[in-house]
Design a protein around this ligand. Structure first.
Ligand code: NAD
Ligand code: USQ
Length: 395
């Protein structure tokens, strides 16, 4: 397959590009390196020392003998350049990771809200419009989020994208399938719910073949391919805006910083290891929807965990202390979560569980690079609203 990876310099995109290249697919990456610029804006970098993109690509050529092309452009702004890449590569599939993905970053200020909406929605619309414009039959695989559903399940496992409801008709109650009602918890998550409507429209209007992968929180760092050379190492975000909860706890344990549980830690979320992320994307590429089929939605997660149980597990493994802090986010303190993930499992996914992978992650990454941690970047300082900011100041 010829595959174009949008956002291929990022945490999920880079190991995905290597994984697909290693399996013999012809790969090209588009990225505007905005994530590296945001590191500079925040004064916080990856825990792992990531190489510049040209060095990454050179190293991959050396270790694998395979070439990945790179195009530096902003999806959503440089439309003609994107279209030219499509004409040149004639991809069978595009994997779309090119969005601002941190909920706390999207809630920092009006500027960050506007940037996230502008970047994410224009990126998604431009990709879709360019596929139509190109006249090519491209399968688009988008990395969406479990957060589009909200996390309250009312006792029902979250289905894969669509919900069967009963509506009253003149002939009685009849079942209908609707897109699962969107319930975003941040401006970032809101952009993913809007993406879903864009996909629904382009699939209906233009017959585009689209898969939306509703992914849980990714943990872990390295994959089979990124371990092959230090210059290929994947990024590891640990700061209060971009660091995700489990990777943060691992890093905090490694430097003796009490684990930063928000509130009581009763929030339950879905998780997946980065190695499983790259496998899932490959499985999605191998099982495209037919032309004319509705958007195919798959829940890309393998386990659900409560935040305080994660903290307790990391504390047991490492001896770390656990701290309960005022929650800067507007979110439910406690929720149950059950999720259907039958599709990817039926395609052969064999998940890496937290219990088997966590210790390796602690030693291979968190402890190995602990001297690179800037402790001043650990606190979460982005508050969802004025009330949460006041509570944090008081705490
Ligand atoms: P990331 O920020 O590490 O990577 C995104 C990449 O896209 C970056 O390299 C960035 O420079 C690039 N980019 C952003 N906007 C762009 C634009 N307009 N044009 C060109 N390039 C652009 O994020 P990630 O963790 O790799 O996440 C990738 C996708 O997966 C996101 O869409 C995110 O919503 C989704 N996702 C991530 C997680 C997670 O835990 N990391 C979980 C669920 C879903
Ligand atoms: N949390 C803590 N302590 C911390 C950090 C987070 O208790 O130090 C809590 C948060 O309050 C939240 C939960 O942990 O309840 C998850 O937070 P997170 O930052 O790990 O994840 P989230 O903001 O939801 O976003 C991440 C990715 C995003 C992706 C999403 C998948 O950044 O791109 O879409 O996970 S999901 O959560 O399933 O929607």
């Amino acid at each position: 397959m010829r595959v174009l990876i949008l956002g291929g310099d990022g945490f999920c995109g880079w190991p995905t590009a290597l994984h697909l290249s290693a399996r013999g697919h012809q790969l090209a990456i588009v990225d505007n390196l905005s994530r590296r610029r945001i590191d500079e804006e925040l004064g916080a970098g990856s825990l792992t020392p990531i190489a510049p993109v040209d060095m990454r690509l050179h190293a991959w050529r050396e270790v694998s003998g395979r070439t990945i092309d790179f195009h530096h452009l902003t999806v959503g702004k440089e439309y003609e350049a994107l279209l030219a890449v499509l004409h040149e590569l004639r991809p069978d599939a595009i994997v779309h990771f090119a969005e601002q993905r941190a909920a706390p970053y999207s809630m920092k200020s009006a500027r960050h809200k506007r940037y996230t909406i502008d970047n994410n929605l224009n990126a998604t619309n431009d990709v879709l419009a360019a596929i139509v414009d190109s006249g090519l039959d491209v399968h688009l695989v988008h990395l969406g989020t479990m957060g589009v559903y909200g996390y309250g399940t009312a006792g029902v496992a979250i289905p894969e994208g669509y919900l069967t409801v009963k509506v009253e008709t003149p002939d009685g109650w009849e079942p209908r399938e609707i897109l699962y009602p969107a319930n975003p918890g941040s401006i970032y998550h809101l952009t993913k719910t809007q993406d879903a409507l864009l996909f629904q429209f382009y699939a209906k209007n233009d017959g585009l073949r689209i898969t939306d992968l509703h992914q849980g929180i990714v943990w872990g760092t390295q994959t089979e391919e990124t371990r092959r050379d230090p210059r290929l190492v994947n990024r590891f975000d640990y700061d209060g805006d971009y660091g995700t909860v489990l990777n943060r706890f691992l890093m905090q344990a490694a430097v003796g910083y009490p684990l930063t549980v928000h509130g009581g830690g009763g929030q339950t979320r879905a998780f997946i290891n980065i190695q499983d992320t790259v496998r899932c994307v490959e499985l999605a590429l191998l099982h495209p929807p037919a032309r004319g089929e509705r958007v195919k939605v798959m829940n890309q997660m393998t386990e659900c965990w409560r935040v305080r149980d994660l903290a307790d597990m990391v504390a047991r493994l490492t001896g770390a202390q656990v701290a309960h802090l005022p929650n800067p986010r507007q979110e439910a303190d406690e929720n149950d979560l059950a999720v259907e993930n039958q599709r990817l499992m039926s395609y052969g996914l064999q998940p890496i569980t937290l219990e088997e992978g966590l210790l390796l992650e602690v030693t291979e990454i968190a402890r190995a690079y602990s001297d690179r941690v800037d402790r001043s970047k650990i606190p979460c300082v982005s508050c969802w609203n004025a009330e949460r900011a006041a509570a944090q100041d008081a705490g």
